[in-house]
Each structure stands twice: as structure tokens, then as C-alpha cells.
Design a protein around this ligand. Sequence first.
Ligand code: GDP
Ligand code: MG
Length: 598
Amino acid sequence: NKQRNVRNFSIIAHIDHGKSTLADRILEKTKALTEREMKEQFLDAMDLERERGITIKLNAVQLQYEANDGEDYLFHLIDTPGHVDFTYEVSRSLAACEGALLVVDAAQGIEAQTLANVYLALDNDLEIIPVINKIDLPSADVERVKQEIEDVIGIPADDAILASAKSGIGIDEILERIVSDIPAPAGDPEEPTKALIFDSLYDSYRGVIAYTCIKEGSIKIGDKIKMMQTGKEFEVSELGVFTPEPVKKEELTVGDVGFLTASIKNVGDSRVGDTITLAKNPAAEPLPGYKRLNPMVYCGLFPVDADNYNDLREALERLELNDSSLQYEAETSQALGFGFRCGFLGLLHMEIIQERIEREFNIDLITTAPSVIYEVEMNDGEVLNIENPSLMPETKNIKEVREPFVKATVMVPNDFVGPVMEICQKKRGAFVDMEYLDENRVNITYDIPLSEIVYDFFDQLKSQTKGYASFDYELSGYQPSNLVKMDILLNGETVDALSFIVHRDFAYHRGKHIAEKLKKIIPRQQFEVPVQASIGNKVVARTTIKAMRKNVLSKCYGGDISRKRKLLEKQKEGKKRMKMVGKVEIPQEAFMSVLEMS
Ligand code: GDP
Ligand code: MG
């Protein structure tokens, strides 16, 4: 295959606009999959992804296409994760392409992540082909969406492709336009090698599998390669492409997108965004844009059963190999015992890791409420990064506390502007901008503390806008805030894992709310349990969990044995997620109760 007949492209879209469905149609049309092989949404490989309908890991598939001009083309379709937590990975996978199909739902129009993805594509100088999908829907409004693409994105939409990935409309036109509109890769096969790592996976036999796109030069089996960020060197043992089954190759050259293994035992040695070159004839400069990813959100993970501590450590070690942006270190909580403090790119990333630990490693977890990283400047000038609320120093020693802010963009129909602004205000947001996309839709921008986004922002947004709002954010920096640590005492003892950081103005309200909430969540014990919320030594709210009166089984009116059994099972199930703290039994929910308040 000639370089001029290669096309590397990606599909970008807001979630649910039909990216995976379109990818499937393209795979089908290019006969990459026979119908029997065709599993729906092939590119979403992990079970978890499929269930949640999101794409986490990037994939690259090589396809053969015979165009109407009679020539054979080689396509590489590079899949990108669609969620805001994975922005950096999206950007790197786009850097492997020359063009992108921009899929916009004909009924929904442009959403927050459509725009975020378009910016990333433009940053990477990609040719953008607009595809208006789901034209089969009765609510499709093609003219309005075209207008939005022109007004909001600023690219011509006259020649946007009208498609239905579901019913197979417009797919041929898409393939032809990939050929005619997207440029071939421009690199020189004779230049010193530069290959971009845009994803990596860990395989226990072969080590790291790096997904790579060759931008300059070539790589052969047996070559000594060098990672330009770390300087580490390895010998290439395998090269190949996905068709989508892996097919081994002797060599990858300019424009090829595939995988590489080289007995790399540590994912940290092959980081997304790094450039691979040859040790013998290294490139002078790496490809642009390498960035180390830092976690934005932290939480504690503790095994329900203390005996599972080592299993949990192993699970985290294994997951870290697959996911170099996951961070963890041992943490000891007075309340919860031995566990780990873990750092994540965002909330979705956090949920996915928690779920994988429970599912794939079969460990029941108690997770503490997520927290951001606070910058604490002490009176003596020292600056601490506090990612665990229970470690917040005493107020009298603190000069200033700063917290991370994000620029949040919410797109919403006109009718919901009021509720959205109300939520943003309540979340301590500062209004930045409001812009009409068309007569009916608005783009609202606020500066909001990240910690408020972590607390149920998106849930509130969805419920207040009947699901019509879409949302995206990016970190905008640290700002000083009047923050205090709130402690929760059960039975007179502070439960460190329940401590949280709160704005002073909200402290009283939140303290009261959480005390009431804990009263409902924590089951009655044999004795009365006072619940207190305090700042420093000052109690701001208190309630009491009354002592238990009767055995649960007495509700069964004697005879019905199956009902009795069910109840016992239910109790056992509930037990799994309980933790004895001092003399009080606390269920998992309690540790999250701080999240659900406004
Ligand atoms: P993704 O999140 O962008 O990958 O979106 P999916 O491909 O998972 O599609 C989201 C939903 O929209 C699924 O229920 C699809 O069946 C549906 N869908 C995708 N394309 C079309 C289309 O052209 N027409 C209609 N009516 N539904 C579609
Ligand atoms: Mg998808």
C-alpha cells in the first residue's frame, strides 16, 4: 500500500450521538467483519464499557476500502473515549489522525462534548467532516443542526453528510468523503523515526502493548527503540495492526497505526503521548504535546473485610498496569482500618475503577467521599497539598486555603436557563458568559469550584433540566476560599473517614443535613448513638439515633418461613457493606452521604 492511499481518521461526538454505531457500519461496509463476527458495537470491548455505553480505551482498526476511483485505500479508524475525564487521551488519539468525522445527532444538535471534541480536533489541525446522524428520527431537524454547526463551530455545513448509522444511510458517502477530504499522512519514511504512543494496555505475557502511529521513519522487529520522555530502551518483539483481529507485521512505516510490544514490564515506561524513536538514529525532538496526567479527585478505598487488604493492593497494582493515570498509596483510617488513598482523573474514572475492583477482583469495598486537592498555605509560609480532608491542619495554623476551580460549560434549551443558573450559583459559581447558539439554545459558562462539581452537580443539572443539559469542564486554576474542615462524631468519637471540607457559609447547613442523613442511614444499635457535626471543637449540629427496640424477625408474624429466610438474606447482604467503627455499625452509604446535598 502506498502512503498516499492511507487515511487516518477518528470519529468524534457527544455521548449517544451514534459514534459506536457508525463505527460498526463502517467496519461492516469495509468487510472488516463478516456478519457472523459482527458483534454489536465491536469497538467497545470491555463489558463495563458496553453496559455503560461509553468508550474508555482507545482502539485502532485497519480497514481496506476500494473507492469509486478504482484505487485501494488503507483506512485506520481510531476510536476515542468520549468522556471529559479522558480528554487527554482523546487529544492524543486525535494527534494520530489527519481527519475526523464529526457526528452530530440530528435531533439533539451540538452538545457540550461535541464542542470540546471539536476544539481538540482543531488543535490537532484535523480536517473535519460533519456528519448529521439519526436523520431517520421523526424529531430530526437537519436545517437547524446545519445552522448550529456553522454558527457555533464555524465550519461550513452545506456539504454535511446526512446519515443514519442505525439504518445504514449515508455510509457510502462517508467512505468516499474520507478518501476525498482527508489528507494522507505527510511524514517521510527515510527520516529518523517518530512514533506517537496514543494508548497502552498491559498483557501479563507480553508486557505493555503500545498503540502507536508512525509519524516519521519506520520500526522493524528487533529494532532497539527508545522512549523519548523516559530515555528507556527496549527491543521490539512484536509489531502489528488490528483488522480488527491482531495481525502481525515485520515492519510499521509512516502512516501505519498499530501495536508494538517490546517486553516493557511497566506501563510507566510507555506513557500515552510519548514518542518512540530508534536508539541507533534517534530523532532530535519528540512529537509535540506530551503531558503527564495528574489526578483531580481522590478517595479512600477500604476492604469491607480487613483480610482482603492484600487482595486490594494486588488489584490496584494490576489496574495501575493498565491505567497509568490511576494513583494510590496506603492509607490508615482510625475508623476504617487499612486501605488506600487513590487518585483519579475524574469521577467517572473513579467509579470505573471501583466497579472493576468489585467485579473483576471480587472485593467488597467501602469508599469514602471523593475529595479534590486543596492547597494550604501555613502561617510559616509552607504550602501543603491536602487530598484527604482528615489531614487538614488546624485552622489556627493556616494562613490561606486555596481550592481548584473549573470553567464549566453547560448547553441547554432556553427554558432551562433559570434553573441552570440557580444550580451554578448555589454551587458557588461565578458567572462568566452566556451565548445563544440559536433562538432556542444557550451556552452558559461559569467558574465553579471543582469540589462542588464533585458533589452531585451533574445529577442536579440533569434532574433540573429533564436531561436536556450537557456539560463539560476544564481546570482553570486555584483560588483562595473560606474553607473549613467539618468532623463527624458518632457516639462521641470522631470518624475520620467522614470528615469533609466545606465552605464556611454552607457549613452549618451541611452539618445539619449530614447529621439528619446519618440518622436515617445508620441502623439502630443496641444503645443510643449521638451524631454530631463539628468545626474544630464547636458542635454545629446534633441528632440521636435511638436504640433498637425489636428484632427484625418479629415482623414476620411467626409462620412464613420463606419470608423469614428472605429477610435474613437481605440482612446478610446489607452486612457485607457494613463496617464496625468503634461500637457502631456504619453502612457504605454513610460515607457517601456528604455527596448528596445541596
Ligand atoms: P455513542 O455514545 O456516540 O457511541 O452512541 P451509540 O452508537 O452507542 O448510539 C447511541 C444510541 O443511539 C443507541 O441506542 C443507538 O442505537 C442509537 N443510534 C445510533 N445511530 C442512530 C441512528 O442513525 N438513528 C437512530 N434512530 N438511532 C441511532
Ligand atoms: Mg460509544
